[in-house]
Ligand binder design. Structure first.
Ligand code: FAD
Length: 423
């Protein structure tokens, strides 16, 4: 190992919103100790491939990197707006939801003020040392640290029935923008969008907006659900509910969180209306709908026949075939892998699904920790509640982790007025 490998208190893999929030709160309280972050991307970027024109956030701008724990923090979204001169322009635009492009700019602005943040570093090994951990990239040690935080996020998946098909015809939604010029040679060719969630919805809107006239929006469910944004559903997105969950057995938490999914994993309110309105405009302009919404269709197999991809679907009582020129896959994401080296992997405890077991302070269970902790972000939805997989309570999670790292109450989590008693 190089004698020059920098030594830090904490080393973080990934510089998405999760670790940026943690670094912001860490930096404000570090007592001279340091945190280093590595991200494989070339520079600040947040789901850039899915930034179609006009796409909006599913969460309020108040749910930024810091505010719900420390509203006076200089990396608040409000401070971003005021110091970059955007406050009135944005406020007077009266968006129903914040443009995602604006949130991405805010993240880049915040990242520019985080110390020790290195882009272009793909960490491929977390190893044990006598004093903690070493992170390496392509065999080169990058840091030594007492603790590690894994914030590697998620990645899109292609379901088994659609794997092995030509990549220029069947691809994930992240590739749609890049493929559009080739597809636009024939905008009347049928294009399938698979998946009834927000990413599928945005792909359909993009295709209609680009003038495609035969879009088939296909999903398993009988209808495509909209997020339940009612006051009582929003109560799941507060620290009090997280505390309630922590008092339950793991199996009960798992059951309750599964029941709550429609409050998070669904279409933005107004998303379906946007599709219907874009579709109606297409009808007025061309005489026919641009999108056909094919609910209750489960794609179980797909093959290439002549110049078409043939999707074989099971419906509630029949089987049917849908031949298309392209299939845009927006069926979900999986957790990105954690790059433990073999020795460390041997010591980590995994559950029946092969996932790490996350304690209440977001550290994971592993043998021989000796005070050194590995924290994980966005991997504890079933045990810690839905907010772990989204942006709503980032500062709360960050505060709990900072408190755990410093073994004292650096951040006091305020008790909030709450009219609900969960049972
Ligand atoms: C298109 C889209 C829109 C979303 N919109 C919302 C929303 O409006 N509201 C909401 O609450 N939630 C939203 N979510 C869900 C969730 O909040 C986001 O996915 C969020 O980005 C998660 O933050 P993260 O930091 O955990 O992971 P990510 O943002 O995925 O960041 C992970 C980072 O780790 C890096 N990385 C991965 N592996 C390595 C490695 N080995 N070495 C170095 N770097 C690595 C990646 O380059 C990436 O930058 C959205 C998700 C998507 C996909």
């Amino acid at each position: 190992m190089s004698e020059n490998t920098p030594v830090h208190h904490v080393a973080a893999i990934g510089a998405g919103p999760g670790n940026l929030s943690l670094a912001a709160l860490y930096q404000a309280s570090s007592d001279g100790r340091s945190m280093v972050l590595f991200d494989r991307q070339a520079g600040p970027s947040w789901h850039a491939a899915l930034l179609h024109p006009g796409v909006g956030m599913q969460t309020s701008w108040l749910k930024d990197l810091v505010t719900v724990v420390d509203p006076t923090h200089r990396l608040s979204f409000l401070n971003y707006l005021v110091t970059t001169g955007r406050f009135y322009a944005l406020h007077n635009s009266q968006f129903d939801s914040l443009p995602r492009r604006e949130y991405q700019r805010y993240l880049a602005w915040a990242a520019g003020q985080i110390e020790n943040l290195h882009y272009g570093v793909d960490v491929d090994a977390i190893s044990l040392t006598a004093d903690g951990f070493r992170l390496s990239a392509a065999g080169v040690p990058q840091s030594l640290s007492e603790h590690v935080v894994v914030g590697v996020g998620t990645r899109p998946t292609i379901p088994a029935p659609l794997s092995g098909l030509p990549e220029d015809r069947v691809f994930i939604a992240d590739e749609l923008a890049r493929r559009l010029p080739a597809m636009a040679v024939d905008r009347t060719a049928p294009v399938a969008v698979l998946g009834g969630g927000q990413t599928g919805c945005e792909a359909v809107l993009r295709l209609i907006g680009e003038g495609f006239t035969d879009v088939r929006w296909i999903g398993r469910g009988q209808w495509f659900h909209t997020i339940d944004d009612s006051p009582i559903a929003n109560e799941f997105y507060r620290p009090e509910h997280q505390r309630f969950l922590q008092g339950l057995t793991l199996s009960t938490r798992d059951r309750l969180v599964t029941e709550q999914r429609s409050t998070g994993d669904a279409l933005t309110p107004g998303g379906m209306r946007s599709v219907y309105q874009a579709n109606y405009h297409a009808l007025l302009e061309t005489g026919s709908f641009a999108a056909h919404i094919m609910v209750g269709h489960d794609v179980v197999d797909a093959t290439v026949e002549d110049d078409r991809i043939v999707l074989r679907c099971e419906t509630s009582e029949h089987r049917t075939e849908i031949p298309v020129a392209y299939a845009v896959v927006a069926t979900g994401r999986e957790l990105a892998p954690i790059p433990f080296d073999d020795e460390l992997r041997e010591r980590v405890e995994f559950d029946d699904n092969g996932e790490v077991i996350v304690e209440s302070d977001y550290s994971i269970r592993w043998k021989g920790s000796n005070g050194h902790r590995i924290y994980v972000l966005n991997r504890a939805r079933q045990s810690h509640g839905i907010p772990d997989a989204n942006l709503t309570l980032l500062p709360v999670r960050s505060a709990l982790i900072v408190n755990s790292m410093f073994e004292r109450e650096v951040y006091r989590l305020q008790e909030n007025l709450c009219a609900v008693t969960w049972g």
